[in-house]
Structure formats: C-alpha cells, structure tokens
Design a protein around this ligand. Structure first.
Ligand SMILES: Cc1cn([C@H]2C[C@H](O)[C@@H](COP(=O)(O)OP(=O)(O)OP(=O)(O)O)O2)c(=O)[nH]c1=O
Length: 204
C-alpha cells in the first residue's frame, strides 16, 4: 500500500474548518503565488486557479502527499465576481446580487506529488437566491469588514445569512470547499479518506 499525507494549499480558515469537520488529518501550506484569471468561463477559471495553487505547493513538497488547491468565485449573469478590492466594489457586488439568484463555483485540484499529476480536478456549482437588500443594510454590512475577503462580497455562513432565500446544491461549495464532492471524487479513484492506519497517512 502506498501512503500519502494530506496537504491543504490554502490560507482560507473556512477551508481548514471544513476539512477538520470532515475528520481529516492534514497539514496547511498556503500557496502564495499570484492568481491569474485567463478565462471568462467561471468553471474553467476556478478549476485553473485551484490547479495553480495545488501545483505551486506540490512542487515544494518533498514527500509523498496529496496536495489540495481550491478557488471560489461568484457568477452573476455574465460577470465573474472574486473578492472585492475596496468597499465601493463590495457595494456594487452586493447591489448586483441582492433580490436575485447567482451561482457560486468552487474548483478543486488534488495533486499526487509522487506522479505530479492531478488525482482529482473538478468544479462544483451551487445556486444561491437572495432577498432584496436596502442600500443602508449593504453599507452597514460592508462596515463589519466581513465581505472584504469573500468572493461576491458576502458570507452565507455569517452576516448575510438573513438574506439567503435558498440554495440549490452543496452548501459547503458556497463556503469555499465542496466537501462531499471531494470525498466522492477520491472514492471513485479508490481512495477512502476515512481509512487511516497511521495517524497522518492515507492509503492510495
Ligand atoms: C460566497 C462566499 C465565499 N466565501 C469565501 C470562500 C473563499 O475563502 C473566499 C474566496 O476566495 P478564494 O480566492 O477562493 O480563497 P482564499 O483567498 O480565501 O484562500 P486560498 O486562496 O489561500 O485558498 O470567499 C465564504 O466564506 N462565504 C461565502 O458565502
């Protein structure tokens, strides 16, 4: 049996929490490279960015490991919304999203450092519908600071909760990591993340 460590190539506390909640043993090595968007298709964009992050960390990892990279964007109409650069952009994003439906896409790439190839590479999408927001509410929400490091300038798990009319798809995709899809994709490749003989290692 071949053994691999699990490494999360992310600085996102949300992704760390989701993997912890799944009961997984993993190390965190955030990717620091610049994220370059080279496509206007949100599915292709999050897949490419997830792969960039996983690749950067996998190249620096000198041991047998599965390195997980991930990226989340919001797609509204034909616009892709990442993290807002300033409060004005956050306001424009929330004005666009309120009272309507949009998609949240999260891409995941899992690179096996032994082969250098992706063991899994996919994007998952969840539809989110929002109640209408007043400008005053949006301003107050932005002042909390919460929107500034979130794709689309909101957190479904935080202050935006009272405006979420409903979702269609996996909740965790919106928070930044599609936990169930990730688990199922690895299962298809014969990797069951529940099984750890030694504390830190998973069998491939
Ligand atoms: C829409 C939405 C996004 N988000 C978050 C998930 C992601 O962390 C973030 C989008 O930024 P990302 O660039 O995907 O990730 P990140 O910079 O936080 O972490 P890293 O690149 O190191 O992996 O927005 C929420 O927490 N709640 C939400 O409702």
């Amino acid at each position: 049996m071949e053994k691999r460590k699990l490494i999360l190539a992310s600085a996102s506390p949300r992704r760390r929490e989701i993997l912890s909640n799944m009961g997984l043993n993993f190390q965190v090595h955030p990717a620091c490279g610049e994220e370059k968007l080279e496509t206007s298709d949100p599915v292709e964009a999050v897949k490419a960015l997830a792969l960039q992050k996983a690749r950067e960390v996998a190249d620096k990892t000198g041991e047998p490991a599965l390195v997980i990279g991930s990226d989340t964007v919001v797609a509204s109409g034909n616009k892709i919304l990442g993290k807002p650069h300033d409060k004005e952009e956050a306001f424009r994003m929330l004005k666009e999203l309120q009272g309507a439906s949009h998609m949240v896409y999260t891409g995941v790439a899992v690179i096996d450092t032994v082969t250098g190839e992706p063991l899994a590479h996919f994007a998952e999408g969840t539809k989110v519908s929002m109640y209408p927001m007043t400008d005053a509410w949006i301003q107050d929400y932005i002042e909390t600071g919460e929107p500034m490091d979130k794709a689309g300038a909101y957190a479904i798990q935080g202050g935006c909760m009272p405006y979420i009319r409903g979702i269609q798809g996996e909740y965790a995709t919106v928070v930044g990591f599609p936990a169930a899809r990730f688990y199922q994709e690895l299962l298809k490749k014969g990797v069951d993340l529940r099984k750890t003989e030694e504390e830190e290692y998973y069998e491939l």
